[in-house]
Design a protein around this ligand. Structure first.
Ligand SMILES: C[S@@+](CC[C@H](N)C(=O)[O-])C[C@H]1O[C@@H](n2cnc3c(N)ncnc32)[C@H](O)[C@@H]1O
Length: 386
């Protein structure tokens, strides 16, 4: 592995293994997820997770896709395991969740609580396991190609130096029709090298954050369909905020003595974006011919409507006309049985999406919502929007 990746690994392992001991010590998270974002089922599942695991939750979004019963799910950068233990309940006894992480201290906490959760969920054997490894090299961690229905990740890709390898690995381990459903941090402009070298800025997810256009490019290079934005939230006002991050790096001899760099840092717009990247079967249609799709109302916990993205919801029993390529994107995997698809005349009204490529044009910074400034968070630490 290249030197720069090795150095990044060491820096991040030190940050999450030794420096940060609980969520309160992170400078730039909190208040990203609010009560309204979380379904009752997920809230209850979070409440069942052991308090020590909850206290070490360092995510930046919700990574709980719908209809996961019996699925095999892989969590990239699983940390202390909060999302894995929540999903363990949602996939049920016949599903399986694997977490992979490179930091021993995080894995120790996750492994320590496997038995607790197995008993709490009433399972005869655990449906969760944790593996030590780098997310840039999943086969070395013993993870086979085409073996997962869903890959999730919560605030981790920004910490990896080689993002192309991470997305390529996720693509390879997914089955056809599967999806990478992940929350991560993005910046609205390129970050100067001097800032990228600072371990606090990198550890806090600021300087390694991807520029949105780069995600679109990498996703296409790897073979995924264009990113579907589920939610986008500004994070500068969250937790202790960007101000606290700037304070923490003022002692850095390069940054602290360079007022211009501090200005650049202060001007960064940072967003937490949850998006889904589908791995389409080779046989899928790329045609933009309009087709009629009707949601049956059968996805567990989503009776009234199915929400694909921040701006595209399909109400129950209401025919919607969409390009075939878009429909096939979300119906070529586990969600297929929940929709009726039929041909429609070319004159039928289309939704605002006229082609799959239009998903490419969504810039999360243009649709961002800004949570109210607060130090309290929802589903962070020990509390969960109760
Ligand atoms: C911000 S924490 C998020 C942890 C977890 N997803 C959560 O929501 O609590 C980042 C985690 O990713 C892990 N990580 C970062 N880069 C990694 C890499 N290249 N390979 C494996 N794990 C990595 C770190 O060890 C750390 O546990």
């Amino acid at each position: 592995m290249a030197d720069s990746s090795e150095k990044t690994h060491q820096q991040v392992q030190e940050y999450y293994g030794q420096r940060v001991k609980n969520a309160d010590q992170l400078l730039c998270t909190g208040c990203i997820v609010t009560s309204g974002d979380v379904s009752a089922k997920v809230k209850d599942a979070i409440k069942n997770v052991h308090p020590e695991v909850l206290s070490k939750y360092y995510g930046c979004g919700l990574v709980f896709p719908e209809q996961v019963e019996d699925c095999r799910i892989l969590d990239l950068g699983s940390g202390a395991g909060r999302d894995c233990f929540v999903l363990s309940q949602l996939v049920g006894a016949n599903g399986h969740v694997t977490g992979v992480d490179m930091t021993q201290e995080q894995l120790d906490v996750a492994n320590k609580h496997i038995q607790y959760h197995t008993e709490k969920f009433g399972y005869s054997k655990s449906n969760v396991d944790f593996k030590k490894g780098f997310i840039e090299n999943l086969s070395d961690a013993g993870i086979s190609d085409s073996s997962y229905d869903i890959v999730i990740s919560n605030c981790v890709v920004n910490l990896a130096h080689d993002k192309l390898s991470v997305l390529k690995g996720a693509y390879n381990v997914l089955k056809d029709g599967g999806e990478l459903y992940f929350s991560d941090v993005y910046v609205d402009r390129p970050v100067p090298d001097e800032l990228r070298k600072n371990s606090v800025l990198w550890g806090e997810g600021v300087s390694g954050a991807l520029h949105w256009k780069d995600l679109v490019k990498i996703a296409a290079e790897v073979g995924f369909a264009p990113p579907v934005v589920v939610s986008a939230k500004a994070i500068a006002t969250c937790g202790k905020g960007l101000e606290a991050v700037i304070d923490a790096v003022k002692s850095d001899p390069v940054i602290g003595n360079n007022p211009e760099l501090l200005v650049v840092l202060g001007q960064l717009s940072i967003a937490s974006v949850t998006c889904r990247l589908f791995k389409l079967p080779k046989t899928v249609s790329t045609s933009d011919t309009p087709v009629q799709v009707t949601y049956k109302g059968t996805v567990d916990g989503h009776v009234e409507q199915f929400k694909l993205s921040y701006d595209l919801s399909l109400p129950k029993s209401t025919p919607v006309v969409l390009p075939q390529s878009v429909v096939e994107m979300f119906t070529s995997g586990r969600l297929k049985q929940h929709f009726d698809i039929s041909p429609t005349s070319a004159e039928s009204p289309l939704t605002s999406y006229k082609s799959l490529d239009q998903f490419n044009r969504v810039n999360p910074f243009e649709v961002i919502s800004t949570p109210a400034p607060s130090t309290s968070s929802c589903c962070q630490g020990n509390s969960c929007c109760s």
